[in-house]
Ligand binder design. Structure first.
Ligand SMILES: N[C@@H](CCC(=O)N[C@@H](CS)C(=O)NCC(=O)O)C(=O)O
Length: 323
């Protein structure tokens, strides 16, 4: 665990002292957009034209934020256009590594040992967190973006003219509903499990826990009436929820103390999770070895022995019954 400060790697513990034991996630800093014609996107600079083979995506298979980008890459048929590298599941004093003996694919572009070296290649005096996903431009040798919600949006449309895949996971007419759903799901579920797990005061933990299960109850009801979160059509909002749900019983329930009930105890959320898991191409993006070993081994402040639980035994491939 650590971060870059003025271009130097500093190994340090997460500091929740100033926030009363509450975990506060820092905003991502590198926010350029790939666009069809290279015009600037919603933030950052222009010049990042959608082209085959130009961009590289660095991910962790453990990370729910990186997982969103991997799923959109699959659903939008971007595999031949954007290649990927996977970091080791074990995040220790040097942060994410490319240790191939531990399950990383290595860094084929620069043979880096650590992910922070890519952040320094982009900017040698960088100060900030060194996180995945990281979208890299091989042509300009710089980072395009390190914010998953924006990478997902780029993948949804910027390459359509090349791939011929026009499936839209952020359709115009549903944007209001998708944005509103994302806001609640981000705050109380996606980031909510981290706020519960990384809290260092009882109060902060309980607040996160209550908010999380309150939202899960509401979503359970919503999925009773609708097949997907915003109706009968699957959207970005569903995929953003899915990456947390698929990790829920394996990690968040135990490791992050989100244990009011298991996901498998919710009829609709559990069926929904299985349906999305079984979506063509999606199961291949889910890696429970990386998921379980990352959390239980890397967060030694929460799990000092690093022992990774064997269970739970759940069948994500069982019929989902959502038809
Ligand atoms: N806002 C970022 C958050 C990404 C993030 O926090 N990734 C985690 C892995 S799950 C990470 O790399 N953390 C390392 C760190 O913050 O030092 C996004 O959604 O892309």
């Amino acid at each position: 665990m650590g971060q870059l400060v003025n271009g130097r790697w500093r190994s340090q513990k997460r500091d929740t002292g100033k926030t009363g034991g509450e975990y506060v996630r820092e905003a991502a800093q590198l926010r350029n957009w790939i666009t069809t014609d290279g015009s600037p996107g919603a933030s950052g600079e222009g010049g990042f034209v959608a082209e085959a083979g130009r961009y590289h995506l660095y991910v962790s298979l453990a990370c729910p934020w990186a997982h969103r980008t991997l799923i959109l890459r699959t659903l939008k048929g971007l595999e031949p256009y954007i290649d990927i590298s996977v970091v080791s599941p074990f995040m220790r004093e040097h942060g994410w590594t490319f240790n191939t003996e531990e399950g990383s694919s290595g860094d084929p572009l620069y043979h880096s040992d650590y992910l922070y070296q890519l952040y320094l290649r982009n900017r040698d005096d960088y100060t900030g967190r060194v996180s995945v996903p990281l979208l890299w431009d091989k042509q300009r040798t710089c980072v395009v973006n390190n914010e998953s919600s924006e990478i997902v949006r780029m993948f949804n449309s910027a390459f359509d003219h090349l791939t011929g895949n026009h499936e839209d996971f952020y359709p115009e007419e549903l944007r209001g509903d998708i944005d509103a759903t994302n806001a609640v799901v981000y705050e109380t579920v996606n980031n909510g499990v981290y706020r519960a797990g990384f809290a260092t005061s009882q109060k902060a933990y309980e607040q996160a826990y209550e908010a999380l299960f309150c939202t899960l109850d509401q979503l359970e009801q919503r999925l009773h009436n609708n097949r997907y979160l915003t109706g009968d059509r699957i959207t970005e909002a569903d995929w953003r929820l899915f990456t947390t749900l698929i990790r829920f019983d394996a990690v968040y329930h135990g490791h992050f103390k989100c244990n009011k009930q298991r996901l498998a105890d919710y009829k609709n959320l559990w069926g929904f999770t299985r349906e999305l898991y079984q979506w063509p191409g999606v199961a291949e993006t889910v890696n429970f070895f990386h998921i379980k070993h990352h959390y239980y081994d890397s967060h030694r402040n929460i799990n000092p022995t690093g022992i990774v639980p064997r269970g739970p035994e759940l069948d994500y491939a069982a019929p989902h019954g959502r038809g």
